[in-house]
Ligand binder design. Structure first.
Ligand SMILES: *[C@@H]1O[C@H](CO)[C@@H](O)[C@H](O)[C@H]1NC(C)=O
Ligand SMILES: *[C@@H]1O[C@H](CO)[C@@H](O)[C@H](O)[C@H]1NC(C)=O
Ligand SMILES: *[C@@H]1O[C@H](CO)[C@@H](O)[C@H](O)[C@H]1NC(C)=O
Length: 407
């Protein structure tokens, strides 16, 4: 009896501490969201604890725990799945086998998300997404297994993505996979959307790159590090899955900067008015002009007059467009291919995506923007059992539909 009582108390305490969190009533299936978030927070706390006891680096342990669902490639009747290496970078390739022999296929280079540290191209979550995309679009999907923090930091992850993509875009490689060189897209979600957007800018501007990307498709991408007080950051500061402080810490780990700066960056002290370099870039992420009124709501910009300008001098990556594709000049944006951007209401990164939609449109790019009012960050990979969410399935299907119609 005592044991049962102790057990119930323990479960109740776990539930109260980890699982129950206030969630807006407009979010799709709040209980599932709480459970996914509880699992993630539990993994974070356990890896911090293990780090504290000297069992390994907290990020390596976290990476390990979030990739327990890794599996070997499994081919099926109409899909061949293989792990291979593109110019030194590991990739998982999904090839539909239904097409009559010799006919050229469409293709998507996919960069998975996870704050540059979590998840994997070999994980079941991203595997099911890539498999579904490959089957439904009847396209070859190349999912890049870039290296992770803390083994490598910016720009190594992005360079892995660029190296693998450039290798794939070689005529002889495309021929090997029976891919039509005129029908290739780059895509990614979250931190993967950040690298897909940055890689797309780099490849479009590269004069040596003769085979060009036809499309880019970005799923709730991370696009800037200069303003952590956009309306969506203010509205979702403590939102599940990716609250603001956790996002800032993912950024700092990616850039190999001390986490001690997170609090200063939360109040935009890294882009205060006394930090001259960032003032010039402000118009490119000025949400007062870039966001529609319906997203600005009643939020006020957070602009410090005196902050911590030494941060930008110490970490010049803060001003790098490969870190923040949103701040690229118009001349770069003008060259980009047709674009799809998916955003979710319950997501700190909503406005990163919406501002990019606006800046691309101003540069004359054809952009499709799908916004999900009941969506949350990460929902697209929660579209299969056991973490099925209806908004995730809708968002995934909308993304696939756009690819089918435009690629
Ligand atoms: C293009 O190729 C040339 C010759 O291989 C090289 O010198 C140059 O750096 C390349 N340019 C870019 C932007 O990679
Ligand atoms: C990251 O920063 C630490 C300490 O600041 C330094 O020792 C290490 O070499 C850096 N790692 C990389 C890959 O730059
Ligand atoms: C932001 O910068 C100001 C001026 O340097 C400083 O007084 C304040 O404590 C900083 N805020 C945080 C949270 O670091």
């Amino acid at each position: 009896m005592k044991v049962v009582f102790a057990l119930i108390t323990a479960v109740a305490a776990f539930t109260a501490y980890y699982v129950y969190s206030p969630v807006p009533s407009t979010v799709s299936e709040p209980w599932k969201l709480m459970l996914v978030d509880a699992t993630l927070r539990c993994a974070q706390d356990l890896s911090d604890l293990a780090h504290y006891f000297g069992l390994g680096h907290r990020l390596r342990i976290l990476h390990f725990m979030t990739t327990l669902d890794k599996n070997d490639p499994v081919s099926s009747g109409n899909l061949k799945v293989t792990d291979t290496v593109f110019d030194g970078v590991e990739v998982r390739v999904f090839e539909p086998t239904s097409e009559p022999h010799g006919e050229l296929k469409r293709s998507i280079v996919f960069v998975h998300g996870g704050g540059w540290v979590l998840a994997s191209a070999r994980a079941r979550s991203y595997g099911s997404l890539c498999q579904k995309v490959s089957e439904d679009v009847n396209a070859v999907v190349v999912s890049i297994e870039y290296r992770f923090v803390p083994d490598v930091h910016f720009p190594t992850q992005l360079n892995d993505v660029l190296t693998a993509t450039k290798y794939f875009l070689r005529p002889e490689v495309l021929q090997k996979y029976s891919v039509d060189p005129d029908r290739i897209a780059i895509s990614g979600d979250s931190a993967g959307g950040n690298m897909a957007a940055a890689a797309c800018q780099q490849l479009t501007e590269d004069p040596n790159q003769t085979i060009k990307l036809k499309l880019q498709a970005l799923i709730y991408p991370v696009l800037q590090i200069l303003d952590f007080n956009t309306p969506s950051y203010q509205q979702n500061t403590d939102m599940l899955i990716v609250p603001r402080l956790r996002m800032i810490k993912y950024w700092l780990d990616y850039l190999n900067v001390s986490l001690a700066f997170a609090y200063s960056m939360q109040v935009n002290n890294h882009t205060s008015l006394d930090s001259g370099e960032t003032v010039a870039l402000r118009e490119r992420l000025n949400w007062n002009t870039l966001l529609p009124v319906s997203f600005k709501k009643n939020y006020k910009p957070v602009v410090q007059s005196i902050g911590n300008p030494s941060l930008v001098q110490k970490f010049p990556a803060l001003l790098d467009t490969r870190v923040s594709p949103l701040i690229a000049p118009k001349e770069t944006l003008q060259l980009l291919p047709k674009t799809y951007i998916l955003t979710c209401e319950h997501d700190i990164l909503r406005d990163d995506g919406i501002m990019y939609v606006k800046r691309l449109q101003e540069a004359g790019i054809d952009v499709t923007h799908d916004h999900y009012d009941d969506g949350f960050h990460g929902c697209v990979i929660f579209a299969t059992w056991p973490t099925y969410s209806s908004v995730g399935a809708r968002a995934r299907d909308g993304y696939i539909k756009w690819l089918k119609e435009n690629l």
